[in-house]
Design a protein around this ligand. Structure first.
Ligand SMILES: Cc1ncc(COP(=O)(O)O)c(C=O)c1O
Ligand SMILES: Nc1c(O)cccc1C(=O)C[C@H](N)C(=O)O
Length: 409
């Protein structure tokens, strides 16, 4: 079994160790929740302050030109593209993931106008399914949402399916889909696929164009470290861009927004998927997070993320009873997180958080731990399990205060 000294030796040899310095993390915390809200890059506060004071404060409206605010969604999109195997001009930053899902679903319906089923998986992070429901309602009955279990997806790929929407890394279990194989199977039947990369982008190499992906979306506030409510992103493969009339046809997706025409004419390329004015402060913060990732080697991130997950599983299973692994044991089959089920999961997680180990709880019984290789180390993981063992052995988690549910878990 790995000892604390072994874990420290692994940290010393870690090629990514230097990245931790670029994050402002409290010393008292072991942060294992970067899969929900990434940590604060040290550069972000100064950058946002500069945008507020100098760009907004001094340049005022001129900053759209002088500071090139107007290009931020595309500039940032091009940077994110490098993290997810896309080409320049295929990714636009902005909106929330939910809104981008809606845009991508509508685009799929335009590519397959005679089809009526939008297909996804049960048990996924619910916003994906909720956005489908809204679209089905808007269609007045023409479009039908179908949700099936993972092992029934292949059988559900039929010639009336207009879009397949899947989350690449499952938010609860961390289980991965085989993006290339699933995309190929769906496309063989003329079905475009939308990949939700919320738990993959910045956590592992993603190869959208190598998989010939159609559409993808993802969050800016998880592994991209863009901060709470950061702009999300939308990928549209070049071959589809000019075939789609954007349904959210806001003025900044117009070919010439400053002509102020009465009629909408979509811009060429990815620009047409912009809608309204970009959130410049959020973009500035997101760029700080993305810039750190661009300095790192994504293969090294993946290697370390798998090793941290393996270490965590080894320690929990060696030292604790009553915890059932709910993530794939094989590191190649899971993203950058590990989940264990425990019947008292909520209270245990609250007790753990009080002791400075921050993971999260997902109903009904999952303790979820995310591993962010740029700022979490081997000794952190070892110590987190040591504290968990203490929480269990002391029985502190049984205290009534740990059973008071908060609004956000
Ligand atoms: C898989 C997945 N998709 C979408 C979202 C939500 O995205 P947003 O809140 O940006 O709409 C989340 C997490 O919040 C998620 O885990
Ligand atoms: N977006 C969140 C929020 O605004 C508050 C609390 C949590 C979140 C999340 O991102 C949840 C996350 N997608 C999950 O995988 O559970």
């Amino acid at each position: 079994m790995t000892t604390l000294d072994d874990a420290r030796r692994l940290d010393t040899a870690d090629p990514l160790a230097g990245f931790r310095e670029r994050f402002a993390l409290p010393d008292s915390v072991i942060y294992l929740d970067g899969n929900s809200l990434g940590a604060l890059p040290k550069a972000t506060s100064g950058r946002v302050e500069a945008v507020v004071q100098s760009e907004w404060g001094e340049d005022l409206i001129r900053a759209w030109n002088t500071r090139d605010w107007i290009s931020a969604p595309k500039r940032l999109g091009d940077k994110i593209a490098r993290l997810i195997g896309a080409a320049p001009g295929e990714v636009i930053a902005g909106e929330s993931t939910s809104v981008n899902i809606f845009k991508a679903l509508c685009a799929c319906l335009q590519l397959t106008p005679e089809r009526s089923v939008i297909l996804s998986e049960t048990g996924n992070f619910p916003t994906d399914a909720y956005m489908m429901e809204g679209l089905a309602a808007l269609s007045g009955g023409r479009i039908r949402q179908v949700l099936v279990e993972r092992d029934a997806i292949d059988a559900a790929l039929t010639d009336d399916v207009a879009a397949l929407l899947l989350t690449h890394t499952h938010y609860k279990s961390g289980q991965l889909h085989d993006m290339k194989a699933v995309t190929a199977r769906a496309q063989a039947l003329g079905i475009p696929v939308i990949w939700d990369l919320s738990h993959s982008a910045g956590a592992m190499p993603v190869a959208l164009n190598d998989c010939e992906a159609d559409f993808a979306v993802g969050c800016g506030y998880k592994y991209l470290n863009g901060g709470p409510g950061a702009p999300a992103f939308l990928f549209v493969a070049k071959r589809h861009q000019d075939r789609v009339f954007p349904v959210l046809s806001g003025w900044l997706g117009h070919a010439r927004p400053f002509d102020f025409d009465d009629r909408y004419e979509p811009a060429a390329g990815i620009d047409r998927f912009q809608c309204g004015t970009p959130a410049i402060l959020g973009m500035a913060a997101l760029e700080c997070g993305v810039d750190i990732l661009l300095d790192a080697d994504m293969q090294e991130i993946r290697i370390k993320s798998q090793a941290l997950g393996d270490l965590f599983i080894e320690q929990v299973e060696d030292r604790l009873d009553g915890f059932e692994l709910r993530s794939p044991r094989a590191a190649g089959e899971r993203g950058s997180q590990v989940s264990f089920a425990h019947e008292h999961g909520y209270a245990i997680m609250q007790a753990l958080i009080e002791r400075g180990v921050i993971g999260d709880f997902r109903a009904p019984d999952i303790l979820r731990f995310g591993f962010t290789p740029l700022y979490a180390g081997y000794a952190d993981v070892w110590t987190a399990v040591d504290i968990l063992a203490d929480v269990m052995q002391s029985g502190v988690w049984q205290d009534a205060r740990f059973n008071i549910r908060s609004a956000v878990t």
